[in-house]
Every structure is written in structure tokens, then in C-alpha cells.
Design a protein around this ligand. Structure first.
Ligand code: NOJ
Length: 771
């Protein structure tokens, strides 16, 4: 009988089983059939058959995730020396590694796991592929401003393609944490403040990473994180307490996670925060009751970096032993760099304190993902250095990230139509510490990309040769920063280049100023209490404004900023975020009108930090308006209630008019499909795209509803003068909400519907929903 030569040990085992079965069978056909049977086993059967062979130590090994030997992304609870890790790897006590990258490096650790351990179980290789591997897309918050789900999916596909070529089979993305607090540095990693938009984006990203078949060579397992409520860290302070009610949890925090689960995401990561007194890594309610129970999630949950160990510092577990008991019972399947399971769990199972069935369940989930990735069929499928060389940095990837970068730009203000710039005969002064910066546009979370590889705004603008372009930095934004995990040191004193910049601005027809945040001022561990332009940038802006008012302010930042003075005085403001590798090309193409901006804010911009948290879908309060001309209503006495720029806001070089808006009918029964239409006309001088947004308000409910909730959007292209009728359908899915028992209900009552180009849309219709 001809046997396939299989490379990895597990397939050898399968083949041996097959041979054995054949041996005891009777007749050659029976033998062949039996072998086929083994190879036809379902993933579940293969998992069970492997599990049956594992010792407790080997099982617990699968629940241990070690960081690699560089790129530390958190504090290590034990001096995790490489020697110890290799030793554990060889014993089969490691199921996964993170931040080992590069086809050759991955191949080496994979080889140890597959060829030197008793059962040869391949490793999961995780990495923070947050907005690309080497070729970087915009930071996720920026990308979310595109509201372009196809572009977002393609960007995740590029990331998966490059990462998989570098040996990675699992990304710690997407981050789907909803947040209303721009002080929290990690808003740059997410989809913004809205659960509806956030859910759509979560699904697009999962689809992009995982592709149509996880076994494809450029698909990697995705990870919805951080489960849950991390985005509500008190006062925007990193790693902080979260105390929110059931309504916020179910209606705001959980929907994007549910969307990710429904889209087939293979893994979840829990998180550093506590939720209402229970650190979520130890939360049975979140992980067992909701995720693995009500949602029937069949993948596994990885802890965040050492978060099982951190149960001790939260004051929830007495020691590592107790931490292991709590976390494993709660459903944290894989311990990331926490050294808790690997130290404690075997003993706990042997003593009968932790049931073996808990370990079995975790290991089953982990092995299942490994099988689905095809790692048992070819553990080296991601480890081809020749392919790596060919794939990473491919021209097509640069085209894709440029495309999504352009789509992510938001035109906040364009008074007097300073933009688009004329292409000829202009004297343009390009000023600001970020104008020639090739590093900051890469943003945070770009471990595998090379420093200073972004196209700067200067480089992008230089491609337009019809104007005279003079560049002056004016200032340094920061005095320095070291490696990726270090903090930046802001320049608050050195004004050396300022006069020269102001002088240059005097004689310019237009001044383009590129200001904002350094690339490492947002991201993990970068909470801020101030949302102004850091350092001396405001001073530079005002000094230039004093000599030339024709300013186009281009912002590069990882979070909403409070730029009230600029919003009042500067005629044109472009939100250019941190747009990744092709940043400068994208910005230049928008400035020169080769791309008509269509981005819309996924997060509210406050007037000042004191308004935070400020978000469009707030509750009315009992005193929403000043009805008696006195102070006794819900407001501040020093700033108005409205934000600087609302959620959903973004202009175009053209204009759009909305008309004939109607809900088709005035009374409906619960369960009906409600048709809503609106005509949208491009009334300006450019072809362009508009995100047509639909919001509802449930006017009276058993638990109060927000003043507006996004329930539909359509990104649509319009030629100059073109009118299109846009149709939306509202169903129970859009009209209901979770009550305080976490139950989804649809209530009869009065609804308002709004349609327009932002969350402040004024076109309104209404209907009644009846039983
Ligand atoms: C901690 C972060 O919270 C998480 O998002 C990340 O994936 C891990 N570190 C691994 O780097």
C-alpha cells in the first residue's frame, strides 16, 4: 500500500493509526477505507483523538502563551529568560508564542514544537498586526473614518497577507472596544464611539484577516479584543477601573464583540480592566455566561498580557495559585506571558481543585483553531522565506493602503474654499513639526515596520511641481523618544525655528501647517489629560496666523483633539490622522483635489477636555433645555453643550442636498419592515462621495434611549449634478434594545427618524410602532 510521506509528526501519528487499523482489518479495501476514514475525520474528532493522548502537563502546556525573545509589549511578571522558554518549549509546555516573527524565526520555534516534543503539536504564532505588518494602513480609528467597509476589509487582508508571509498565523486584532474618551490613548486602535458603526467595522476586519477559509495560506486567525469594557476605563486612564451599568454594557460595549463572534472570529482576548468589581480576566459572567454560553462561541479566549497574574494586584486573587483557579474557571483559556497556568495548573488538576474538564475544554478550543488553520497538515505553511521576500511590501499593498488612507481623511472645515489648492502659480509655505516627519504618520502599534518609512506630507506635496513650495519646520514637537515602548518627551521650550517659519509664511499665498501628535503619543499606555496640540504648536499656529490667515491646518493625530481656537480662526482644517506608509501621498492628493474627501468622524471632537466623555448618542436628562432662562438645566456654565465637531461630521469639495425624505407609512406593527427613502443630490462642482446616515430616536421607553442612534449608513458616489434615491429598511434589529436584565426587547411607541450627512442631521420624520 502506498502511503503519503507526511512531514509533521501529527500526520505521522494519524498515518500510524491508519496503518494499525489496516493491519487489524480484513482485506485490502477495508484497509484503504479505514485509512480514508481517519483522514476524513472532522476537526472535532481529530481534536478529541489528540486530546486523549495528552498528559495533564501537555494539556496545560497548550494553555501557555509565551512572548518571544524581543518586542516586549508589557511588564514581565517573571524574568522570562529565553533559556527557560526554550526548555518549556521542548517539553511541550508551550502552546503558542507571540512576537516571534519572520519566516525563519517562526520556522525554528515551530520546528522545536513539531519535531522535538512528544506529540509534535504546532504552535500558534500571535502578533499585534493592528494596522498592517510592514506596509501600514491608517491607524484603525482613522480607517474607521472612511465608513468604507470594503476598504477596511481590504486593508485587513493586506495586513494578513504580509503577516502570514512572515510566519504569523494569529493577529491580536481587531480591537473592537467602544470608547467615548479621547484621553484614553487606545482609541487609536478602535472603531470609535458608536456600537452600530463599530459592529460593521468589527465584522469587516474579521473577514479581512480570516478570509473565506482559515486554511488559506494568507488567512490568519483574528482576535476580538478586549473583552470587555476596557474602552470605559475611568477618567480615560490606562488599565483603570470600569464601572458601568447593564444598559451601557449590553447596548454599547458588547454589540461589536457579538458582531465579531457572528462573523466567525476564532479568538477573543480578555482585558486588563475590572468591570463592576470583577477583573474581567476572572469574569465568569463575561466569558462563560455571555461569550461561551449565550453566544455559543466555540473559539478560545486568550488573556491579555499577564492579566491572569494581575488578578493578584487587583486584589482579587491571593496568589498565583488562586489566580489560576479563578481565571481557568472563568474561561480564560490561554495565559499570555503570565506564568500562572504553567506554574500552577497541573498541580491544581492533580489535586482535584480545578476540574480536568475545564482544562480539556480550553485545550479543545485551542487545538480546534490550530486544526482549522491547517497547522497540523503543514505546520510550516507560513514559513517560506522566499515567499516572505516576495510578498512583504508588494506594490499592490502600497496601492491598497494608499486607497484606504485617502478614504480616511476628514475635511473638518473649508471656509472660503481654500481647498483644493490650485496646482500652479502659488507660493506655498509648508510649516510644522510633522510636515516632513516620516515616522509619526506610522502611528503606534507598528512593531514590524521600519522607522521613518512613511511618505511625509512634504514628499507628497513635492510631487506637485506647479507651485513654489517652501518648507520650514518651525519647531520640534518632541525632544526625543527612544524605542517603541518609551514615552516621548515634548518640546515645551525650544522656539529656535519659529521666527524663520513665520517669516516664510508672510509672503505665501497659502500656508499648509501640519500639526498634531507624535506617533507615540497615542496607543497603549498613552493616556493624556490634555487634548490640546502638544508642546509649542498652538503658539506656532497663532504666530503664523498673525501674519497670514490663509492657513490649511492638517492634523496628524491618534485621537480627537480639542482645537477650539483653530476651529474658530483657521479657515480650513483637514483631519489627516496617522495614515500609515502612504500618508503624505494621501494627504497631498486630497489637498490638491485629486481625491475628493469623504471621511466622517467616528468619534466626537470635544471643545475642551472638560466635556469628556462627550458623544452623540447621549441621554436626554430630565432637564435637557433652558426653558425658563435660568441656570437649572443640564449644562456647563463655561462652555456650550455641543461638541466642536460631532460624530459623523465630514465635508467634501462638493455639496449634497437631501430632499423627499420619508418614512413609508406612519403606523407599523412590531416585526414589520419599515421603508425609509431620501433623495440625495450632488449640488456642487465636483464628483464626490457622501456617507448618508440614518439615526433613530425611541422617544419613550422602559429604559431610556439615547437622543439619537445610528441605525444605517450608505457610502455612495455621486457625479456632479446627480441625484440618487437612497433606501433604508428598519426592522426589529434596529428598533429594539437590551433592557437592564440584558434581554433584547422591542417596545411599541413613538419613533423619530433622521437622515443626513452627520449625527446632527435635521431632516426628520416619525412613525408609531404598535403591538
Ligand atoms: C497588551 C495589549 O493590551 C494587547 O492589546 C496586546 O495584544 C498584547 N499586549 C500583546 O502585545
Amino acid at each position: 500500500m502506498k502511503l503519503n510521506i507526511v512531514k509533521n509528526k501529527y500526520n505521522k501519528i494519524l498515518s500510524l493509526i491508519a496503518i494499525t487499523l489496516c493491519f487489524y482489518g480484513c482485506g485490502i479495501n477495508k484497509k484503504r477505507n479505514s485509512q480514508m476514514e481517519v483522514l476524513k475525520m472532522t476537526v472535532e474528532e481529530r481534536v478529541d483523538s489528540l486530546l486523549a493522548k495528552m498528559t495533564i502537563a501537555e494539556k496545560v502546556g497548550q494553555m501557555n502563551l509565551y512572548n518571544g525573545f524581543w518586542d516586549v509589549t508589557g511588564p514581565t511578571p517573571e524574568a522570562g529568560s529565553a533559556k527557560l522558554k526554550y526548555e518549556h518549549l521542548r517539553k511541550g509546555w508551550v502552546g503558542a508564542m507571540l512576537s516571534v516573527r519572520g519566516a525563519k524565526n517562526v520556522q525554528e520555534v515551530q520546528r522545536i514544537a513539531v519535531e522535538e516534543t512528544r506529540l509534535g503539536i504546532p504552535l500558534l504564532i500571535g502578533f499585534d498586526v493592528i494596522h498592517g505588518y510592514k506596509t501600514l494602513s491608517p491607524i484603525p480609528l482613522a480607517e474607521s473614518a472612511s465608513w468604507d467597509l470594503k476598504a477596511i476589509e481590504s486593508s485587513a487582508r493586506v495586513a494578513a497577507t504580509e503577516a502570514s508571509a512572515a510566519g504569523i498565523n494569529w493577529t491580536f486584532a481587531p480591537m473592537v472596544d467602544i470608547s467615548r474618551d479621547p484621553r484614553w490613548g487606545r482609541v487609536m486602535e478602535g472603531g470609535g464611539e458608536d456600537p452600530y458603526l463599530g459592529s460593521k467595522i468589527a465584522s469587516a476586519r474579521v473577514q479581512g484577516f480570516q478570509g473565506n477559509d482559515l486554511a488559506d495560506e494568507n488567512s490568519i486567525a483574528a482576535c476580538a479584543k478586549h473583552f470587555a469594557a476596557y474602552g470605559f476605563s475611568e477618567a480615560g486612564k490606562e488599565y483603570n477601573t470600569v464601572d458601568i451599568g447593564t444598559s451601557t454594557l449590553y447596548n454599547t460595549v458588547l454589540p461589536p464583540f457579538k458582531a465579531a463572534a457572528d462573523s466567525g472570529v476564532k479568538t477573543f482576548m480578555n482585558s486588563f480592566n475590572e468591570l463592576n468589581g470583577v477583573p474581567v480576566t476572572g469574569s465568569e459572567f463575561l466569558q462563560r455566561d455571555i461569550l461561551k454560553g449565550a453566544w455559543n462561541f466555540e473559539g478560545f479566549v486568550v488573556s491579555d498580557w499577564a492579566s491572569i497574574n494581575e488578578l493578584i494586584f487587583w486584589g482579587h486573587a491571593k496568589d498565583k495559585r488562586e489566580a489560576a483557579i479563578i481565571a481557568s474557571r472563568a474561561g480564560s483559556d490561554l495565559d499570555m506571558e503570565g506564568y500562572v497556568y504553567v506554574r500552577e495548573l497541573v498541580k491544581l488538576v492533580e489535586e482535584g481543585v480545578v476540574k480536568e474538564s475545564i482544562v480539556d475544554d480550553a485545550v479543545r478550543r485551542i487545538l480546534k483553531v490550530k486544526f482549522e488553520l491547517g497547522l497540523f497538515d503543514n505546520p510550516y505553511k507560513y514559513c517560506d522565506p522566499v515567499n516572505e521576500e516576495k510578498v512583504i511590501g508588494h506594490k499592490k499593498h502600497h496601492e491598497a493602503v494608499l486607497d484606504v488612507a485617502k478614504k480616511s481623511i476628514v475635511l473638518l472645515k473649508n471656509e472660503g474654499n481654500l481647498l483644493p489648492l490650485k496646482k500652479e502659480g502659488q507660493k506655498i509655505a509648508l510649516i510644522g513639526p510633522l510636515a516632513a516627519d516620516k515616522n509619526s504618520p506610522l502611528g503606534s502599534w507598528r512593531i514590524a515596520s521600519d522607522d521613518n518609512t512613511a511618505v511625509s506630507v512634504l514628499e507628497g506635496m513635492k510631487k506637485y511641481t506647479g507651485n513654489t513650495l517652501t518648507h520650514k519646520k518651525g519647531l520640534d514637537l518632541v525632544v526625543g523618544h527612544t524605542a517603541f515602548i518609551e514615552e516621548v518627551v515634548v518640546n515645551n521650550t525650544n522656539r529656535d525655528g519659529m521666527d524663520e517659519a513665520v517669516e516664510t509664511a508672510k509672503s505665501a499665498d497659502v500656508v499648509v501647517m501640519v500639526l498634531g501628535e507624535h506617533g507615540f503619543q497615542s496607543g497603549e499606555g498613552r493616556s493624556r489629560t490634555n487634548l490640546d496640540l502638544p508642546g509649542l504648536q498652538q503658539e506656532l499656529l497663532e504666530a503664523v496666523f498673525a501674519v497670514n490667515k490663509n492657513i490649511v491646518l492638517v492634523l496628524n493625530n491618534g485621537r480627537p483633539l480639542a482645537i477650539e481656537w483653530a476651529a474658530k480662526n483657521i479657515p480650513t482644517i483637514v483631519e489627516g490622522w496617522q495614515l500609515g506608509t502612504q500618508s503624505g501621498n494621501a494627504i497631498a492628493q486630497v489637498l490638491y483635489g485629486d481625491y475628493n474627501p469623504s471621511g466622517k468622524l467616528p468619534m466626537t471632537f470635544p471643545r475642551n477636555v472638560g466635556q469628556v466623555p462627550i458623544y452623540y448618542n447621549y441621554k436626554s436628562t430630565g432637564r435637557p433645555e433652558n426653558t425658563n432662562d435660568n441656570v437649572f438645566w443640564s449644562h456647563y456654565i463655561d462652555v456650550e453643550n455641543t461638541p466642536l465637531y460631532p460624530f459623523g461630521h465630514g465635508l467634501s469639495y462638493t455639496t449634497f442636498e437631501y430632499s423627499n425624505f420619508k418614512v413609508h407609512g406612519s403606523e407599523f406593527a412590531i416585526g414589520d419592515e419599515i421603508k425609509v427613502t431620501v433623495d440625495v443630490t450632488n449640488t456642487g462642482n465636483y464628483d464626490g462621495k457622501e456617507v448618508i446616515q440614518l439615526y433613530i430616536r425611541d422617544l419613550h421607553a422602559s429604559t431610556t434611549r439615547p437622543v439619537r442612534e445610528l441605525k444605517g449608513f450608505e457610502l455612495t458616489h455621486f457625479n456632479k449634478g446627480e441625484t440618487k434615491t437612497i433606501e433604508f429598511t428598519l426592522t426589529d434589529k434596529e428598533l429594539g434594545f437590551f433592557n437592564n436584565q440584558g434581554k433584547y426587547i422591542v417596545e411599541a411607541g413613538d419613533f423619530e427618524v433622521f437622515v443626513g450627512g452627520s449625527s446632527t442631521a435635521t431632516l426628520k420624520d416619525s412613525f408609531i410602532l404598535k403591538h
